[in-house]
Design a protein around this ligand. Structure first.
Ligand code: AMP
Ligand code: MG
Length: 951
């Protein structure tokens, strides 16, 4: 403002008129101080005084600032701030809503008053640590922000008046400057240490306050985006000048607090000391936060300050933040999942009870084959008797190595009925891995089918083989097994192990019965009328599909996998329930629909993307979509959420019956709503532990301090946070573990196999997504000798690891890229090239037209330059999802219906072309079309199932 005669005349005119005055100053030309000047001048004019002339105008100041802040002086300031703010991460407070691409600056506010006693205690603290009230408030605010975000390094902004010279005091203009105050909290330092740190940071910043913030941003060039303010996202200000009140003769002027409804930053805490108390105003971005969240922050801020004043020697990570009500809610209310359990103690007894009720009902369907409950029970009994005769009893681990067939289900039940525990072995696993599993689980007997027995060579492992065939006599109904208690071992499922070998999770009957009891209570039996069982029995989702269905009296529709279209649509039992891995289903939906008969989709195994939820609801409005989360160690599923189309972040939901979920920080203390931390799982699902690995078991299965005496909780390694309604949100892993199309992989296990080779000096395995939706496992290698050969390593992996753990690409580097800290710079690892030179030696060009067509489709789907007819689809980086794309392409190019399962079974161009030429039998297209045409309108109008509670 050029304050000449015109300004004065205007102000005077305003003052003389008897009007309500509304004075507004835009921040671009003024600041808080300016407002005091304006009000003072108004009061003076009203009283008839004249204003003294101004020694300088704002424009003079601007010119001076330009000249003064140049050259070496500027460089000194810049150097200081560069050092202060190098690589400062943006503060990511856990928001209630996703950050919009462009900030709307809509704001809200919440008020808090720090009571007199607290302010006195704070001032005592300030005196003993030689800090100002502002610094003490900043220390408390830093702790709050760190605890809320889980971050230990960030910057908080503050504003300084920046009127260091007398001549500037009477000016109206924008002088105020923003200073970024970096906080580093490592959790081990005390409140006192933090105060010392804050003092140093703040004084340093004051000493270099002349550099305008805008110039600093220009210089540091933080990544600029429209969704976030640069360098600082959160502000703290202490206003220590009294609120300017105009003195207008006998008129009374009262300052009114105006909520502008806007927010410049994600969060601004404006404080002011009034009559010995401190008024705190939290202004927040309404794009990001709910009011209740900020109210919670305010409460935590007050409690943290109180705790810090009470004991400044306490570590900041230990300062209590939650009140009793919050603790009660987190630990008790949201875990009040107790529900009556079935008096039945074993998994097979649940099935037997159902078989006794409905012996004639259809239990199992596989292609043309079908078994009633009565038949299935009798056949499983017969197998159990044979197993008993071989000495199987409680705690005996029996291998189960079957192709997907009715025999597989008979074998599952037979082993349990004999009192033993089943250990699923995928017949596709390489021999070395099967040998490892047999030895690790001390298995001496494997149940298999006739077809598999011919293919497998298990005798060299010294194990006996028992085949279960279609024509086995059911035998006399002699009693079978000893009575088993719930503590008995039911199954052992192996998962990838980070130390190089897979580990077996030992699950008791009681764990599974608790889970199945929840199934029985939560879902109406009709949902299981046609359960697509598509999950390998080496994963525990199969327990839901198979035993969940059998406990409900439903029918299992056995499928090769989720892409098995014949099972999905051609079975004469309509499929009502599908359990699916999100990425696989997403791919499937890219080209086809689920049958309209599907009433529920149970998603599990990896994070559910929102786009999938939207797609499912749009295309299958009558189908319930559930998100089920759970590690094998806590028995199949731990939490459930019904996914509504409106959810911006699909949650994993709440604990199921008799389960407990705790979100705990590094100190094993519950974290507040919104605070990201590790999930611990307690309750009836917590498994016995890792088979034969007491040390690892002790590391991951800990005493549950909130459970019943003696109970344990499983440390999941998953990063989650509570939403304010008591649902959990999944945020990712805290370690390197990855999920690839639902398969759980410890990269360390793959790295260990690679490093066994003496030629490999270093190996890093990770998941990359270079093309959208195409996540694949990539190995980076540094060789010790030039002799080394990638194809040897690939073979080695294939001999040792399940197919899904074999990297799709191997990249050889002269050395691994490192960060300044010496850690691996993951971002600098190059994308693998599409060309596969290591496969060149066995290249056989396509010969006939059919082979050429198939090979061309492969090239496009895989993005590789050339494809030989002997190359294996999966070696070239193919996986089940790419197979779906290939399937689509080939159907179009060859103008015929094909089955994905056949593609699986013929993974080379040569074999698939031969199979086609031999007159592959295509599914009956006409029958499919007819069934589609008959879609029942009533089905479309069906009310979707919505679980009301998770108990
Ligand atoms: P698994 O033992 O194979 O069931 O793998 C368990 C792990 O898979 C969990 O620890 C999670 O990291 C991940 N996971 C399983 N289900 C979900 C889900 N619904 N949402 C997100 N992650 C999941
Ligand atoms: Mg699971």
């Amino acid at each position: 403002l050029q304050r000449g005669p015109l300004y004065r005349a205007r102000l005077l005119a305003l003052a003389e008129d008897e009007h309500l005055l509304l004075l507004t100053l835009h921040h671009i030309v003024s600041d808080g101080w300016s407002f005091g000047v304006l009000v003072g001048e108004l009061s003076a004019l009203y009283a008839g005084e004249t204003l003294p002339p101004l020694p300088v105008q704002y424009a003079d100041y601007a010119v001076w600032q330009r000249e003064w802040l140049a050259g070496e002086r500027l460089e000194r300031q810049m150097a200081f701030w560069r050092g202060q703010l190098a690589e400062v991460p943006a503060l990511q407070l856990p928001a209630d809503r996703p950050r919009p691409a462009v900030q709307s600056h809509r704001g809200g506010e919440v008020w808090l008053e720090l009571p007199g006693e607290l302010v006195l205690a704070l001032k005592d603290l300030c005196r003993s640590h030689g800090v100002t009230l502002f610094m003490a408030l900043l220390a408390g605010f830093d702790v709050l922000l760190s605890r809320a975000s889980g971050q230990q390094d960030f910057a908080v902004g503050t504003a300084v008046a920046n009127r260091g010279r007398r001549e500037l005091e009477g000016l109206i203009g924008f002088f105020v400057n923003t200073l970024a105050l970096r906080a580093r909290l490592d959790g081990t330092s005390s409140g006192g240490d933090l105060l010392d740190q804050v003092r140093e940071t703040t004084l340093g910043a004051y000493a270099h306050q002349d550099l305008p913030f805008g110039k600093l941003v220009e210089e540091l060039r933080p990544v600029r985006d429209t969704s976030q303010s640069p360098l600082v996202q959160v502000m703290l200000v202490l206003q220590n000048t009294p609120l300017p009140v105009p003195r207008l003769g006998d008129l009374v002027a009262v300052p009114l607090a105006a909520d502008a409804g806007s927010a410049i930053f994600d969060l601004t805490l404006a404080t002011r000391e009034v009559d010995g108390r401190v008024a705190c105003r939290f202004e927040y971005a309404a794009d990001l936060f709910e009011r209740t969240t900020i109210l919670r922050f305010a409460g935590h801020f007050r409690r943290l300050l109180g705790a810090m004043t009470a004991d400044s020697g306490m570590r900041t990570a230990d300062l209590p933040m939650l009140d009793d009500g919050e603790r009660q809610q987190l630990l008790a209310e949201w875990n009040a999942t107790a529900a009556p359990r079935k008096p039945i103690e074993t998994v097979h007894a649940l099935f037997e009870a159902q078989a006794a009720r409905t012996p004639g009902a259809l239990a199992l369907l596989h292609g043309e084959r079908r078994l009633t409950y009565g038949d299935l029970d009798a056949r499983a009994d017969a197998l159990a008797r044979r197993l008993r005769a071989r000495g199987v009893g409680p705690e005996t681990r029996v291998g189960l190595c079957c192709d997907r067939s009715v025999e597989m289900v008979i074998a599952l039940l037979g082993i349990l009925k004999s009192g033993g525990a089943y250990v699923p072995l995928d017949p596709e696993y390489p021999a070395e891995r099967l040998s490892f599993l047999l030895a690790d689980a001390a298995i001496s007997l494997v149940v298999t089918t006739d077809r598999m027995a011919a293919r497998l060579d298990l005798t060299r492992d010294g194990v006996n083989v028992l085949t279960v065939g279609a024509d086995d006599p059911t035998g006399p109904a002699a009693p079978i097994a000893p009575r088993l208690g719930g503590e008995a071992l039911a199954y052992v499922i192996y998962t990838s192990g980070s130390t190089g070998a897979p580990k077996g999770v030992a699950v008791r009957h009681a764990n599974s019965v608790a889970f199945l009891s929840w199934c029985l209570r939560t879902f109406p039996p009709a949902l299981f009328a046609g359960t697509l069982a598509s999950t390998s029995v080496t994963f525990d989702v199969s327990v839901f599909e198979i035993f969940g269905t059998l406990a409900q009296g439903g029918t299992i529709v056995l499928a090769e996998n989720l892409l098995d279209e014949a099972a999905l649509t051609a079975g004469d039992r309509p499929v009502t329930l599908v359990a699916a891995v999100p990425s696989v289903l997403e791919k499937l939906l890219g080209s086809r629909r689920l049958p309209d008969t599907v009433e529920m989709v149970a998603l599990a195994g990896e994070a559910v993307p929102r786009i999938l939820v939207t797609a499912l609801h749009e295309r299958h409005p009558a189908t319930a979509v559930l998100n089920l989360y759970g590690p094998t160690e806590a028995t199949t599923y731990t939490t459930l959420a019904a996914l509504e189309p409106s959810a911006v972040w699909p949650p994993i939901g709440r604990p199921i019956a008799n389960a407990a979920t705790y979100v705990l920080d590094g100190e094993m203390k519950p974290t507040a709503v919104g605070v990201p931390s590790e999930l611990y799982i307690g309750g009836a699902g917590v498994a016995r532990g890792y088979l034969g690995r007491p040390a690892l078991t002790a590391e991951r299965f800990l005493p549950d301090p909130w459970g019943s005496p003696g109970s344990r909780m499983y440390r999941s390694g998953d990063r989650v946070r509570w939403l304010s309604d008591g649902e959990l949100l999944y945020l990712g892993r805290l370690d390197q573990q990855v999920k690839l199309r639902g398969f759980r992989i410890e990269p360390g296990e793959v790295e260990a196999v690679l490093k066994e080779s003496p030629e490999v000096r270093e190996a890093v395995v990770l998941v990359r997504e270079d093309a959208p939706g195409d996540r694949r496992l990539v190995a980076y290698l540094v060789f010790a000798s030039s002799e080394a050969d990638v194809s040897d390593l690939r073979r080695r992996c294939r001999e040792r690891l399940p197919a899904y753990m074999v990297p799709s690409a191997f990249v050889v580097l002269p050395r691994l890229p490192l960060l300044a800290s010496g850690k691996l710079d993951r971002a600098a690892l190059p994308a693998p090239e599409a060309a596969r030179p290591d496969l060149a030696e066995r290249f056989v060009a396509p010969e006939n037209e059919l082979e050429q067509t198939v090979a061309a489709a492969w090239q496009e789907v895989l993005g590789v330059e050339r494809v030989g007819i002997r190359d294996n689809f999966f070696d070239l980086g193919g996986h089940s999802l790419l197979l779906v794309s290939l399937h689509e392409k080939l159907e179009a190019r060859l103008s015929r219906k094909l089955s994905i399962v056949d593609l699986f079974q013929h993974p080379t161009v040569e074999s698939f072309a031969l199979f086609l030429a031999a007159g592959a039998k295509a599914p009956p297209v006409a029958a499919l079309a007819e069934r589609a045409a008959q879609r029942d309108e009533a089905l479309r109008a069906r009310k979707p199932f919505r679980p009301r509670s998770t108990r």
